[in-house]
Design a protein around this ligand. Structure first.
Ligand SMILES: Cc1ncc(COP(=O)(O)O)c(C=O)c1O
Length: 466
């Protein structure tokens, strides 16, 4: 399994133990930080991309996080929970009010806030799909994915799923099974769910079917004829009994779907009685410059899963939203989670949605993202290390390659750039080992975006000089 565990992954990051990380820690951490990291390392089970940690954190406010040694970082990662920045005052205030009013709802009792939140999300779903949505809440995104998978089974009487290699959908066994990263599917974990079929995802710069992009990095659709979508149809037809296709509408790497991809997959799903589930846990609530990333592709899913930023970056809450006519499991349980109608997490979510709407943050994200993408294209002209830039809204990626022709992944250089940027006060994640992935809050200013891109530009220039 050694080779499997070492495969580059979407979740893999930036803080796995490496000599570079150790050197960075030696230079930047003080004794108190080292002592807390040692306790953290001794107290937690170790696992990839989690423990051991990079540095202790003492503060997170707005765009910034602060470590124990007093260093501040612009947080361009934030696990995609911080659409409003960290600790948004209106989210915090709503939580405090709700704690005083009603702090928990045992099952069988309906709290107003959870009902209001379900109504708001049901309406959002209707705006996306034309059909009213019904909702179940869970504590985490992985659990909401489990609910979606169970609902798809209940609604279709089938158990198979089709999803993407390289995808991440959460840590539970169902979510790991539809996920496509070896990190979470290691043979040592034993067999995954039966019927979890996978297909190569879209990703034009690295097309799994070998079709080249043009000089501007755009797919040549007249040549490839969306071979990636055709393969989804082919598998659905051959299997004949797939309950659901589950995928992120824009892949978190990021990879943006080629025009027409989701419409073709949607048609294939219709043709074969398969439901389409969009996992919008990182992309939903405006990250890509539309409320749902699916809006870019004018594709109506049957089920949508939201999470992460839904709790305002403060509390954990996720949602599975489904078409009203998929309300087919009343006589058994899809997952009645202990906190499924928690009024406090619901209040955090309602406040988050209100701020996003009132402050026009979805359009703001689209504007700042377009500006950033323009600057990244300009950087690509100047830095040979950049093989491709892509993104939508504030989901942005810069793919580093050793050689633009061969597209050899520049993983070591990506790691060096990451630590240089960290030293200069910018935190982001690398994906697949060589894609610098920028996912800042929706409410960052143009000046903050420019400051972050200046750091990145300089880190890339320094890489070229050395
Ligand atoms: C696409 C996607 N789906 C599901 C999840 C799982 O969410 P959670 O960590 O809240 O269980 C994640 C988390 O990173 C994600 O990115």
């Amino acid at each position: 399994m050694k080779g499997q565990a070492e495969a580059p992954s979407q979740s893999e990051g930036d803080v796995n133990s490496t000599p570079l990380r150790a050197a960075w820690q030696r230079e930047h951490l003080d004794d108190a930080s080292r002592a807390l990291l040692a306790r953290d390392s001794a107290a937690f089970l170790h696992q990839s991309v989690s423990t051991p940690c990079l540095a202790p954190i003492v503060k997170a406010q707005g765009l910034y996080i602060e470590d124990m040694a007093g260093r501040r970082y612009m947080d361009f990662h934030g696990n995609n929970v911080h659409h409003l920045g960290h600790g948004h005052p209106e989210v915090i205030a709503a939580i405090k009010r709700q704690l005083d009013e009603l702090s928990f709802a045992p099952r069988r009792f309906a709290p107003l806030r959870a009902v209001e939140l379900a109504e708001v999300l049901g309406e959002r779903f209707r705006a996306l799909t034309g059909q009213q949505g019904r909702v179940l809440f869970t504590t985490g995104g992985s659990d909401a994915v489990e609910v979606a998978l169970k609902l798809a089974r209940a609604a279709t009487g089938r158990f198979k799923t089709l999803s993407f290699w390289d995808a991440f959908h959460g840590a539970g066994f169902g979510a790991s099974s539809v996920g496509g990263e070896s990190l979470f599917r290691s043979g040592r974990l034993g067999p995954m769910l039966p019927g979890s079929e996978h297909v190569a995802p879209f990703g034009c710069y690295r097309c799994a079917y070998g079709h080249p992009v043009d000089a501007a990095g755009q797919p040549r659709l007249e040549q490839c004829r969306l071979a990636c979508a055709a393969m989804v149809r082919y598998v659905l037809e051959r299997e004949g009994d797939v309950a659901a296709v589950i995928a992120e509408p824009a892949r978190a790497v990021p990879f943006i779907p080629p025009a027409g991809y989701w419409q073709a997959v949607r048609e294939a799903c219709h043709a074969h009685g398969t439901l389409l589930i969009f996992d919008e846990i990182p992309t939903g609530l405006g990250k890509t410059g539309r409320f749902f990333a699916a809006e870019h592709d004018a594709t109506a899913p049957d089920i949508v899963v939201l999470g992460k930023a839904l709790g305002g970056g403060v509390l954990p809450i996720a949602a599975c939203i489904a078409r009203d006519d998929l309300n087919v499991a009343a006589e058994f349980a899809l997952g009645h989670y202990t906190h499924e109608k928690n009024p406090v997490t619901a209040a955090a979510a309602l406040a988050t949605l209100q701020v996003i709407e009132r402050d026009g943050l979805v359009d703001h994200a689209a504007r700042i993202g377009a500006h950033a993408l323009g600057r990244l294209h300009d950087m690509k002209q100047r830095h040979r290390l950049i093989g491709d830039v892509r993104g939508r809204g504030l989901l942005l990626g810069i793919e580093l390659v050793e050689d633009r022709g061969a597209k050899t992944a520049a993983r070591a250089a990506a790691e060096r750039v990451l630590y240089r940027a960290l030293s200069a006060g910018l935190s982001f994640k690398t994906t697949m080992g060589n894609v610098l992935t920028l996912t800042p809050p929706l409410n960052l200013s143009l000046a903050q975006m420019d400051a972050a891109l200046d750091i990145l530009d300089e880190a890339l220039a320094e890489e070229a000089r050395n």
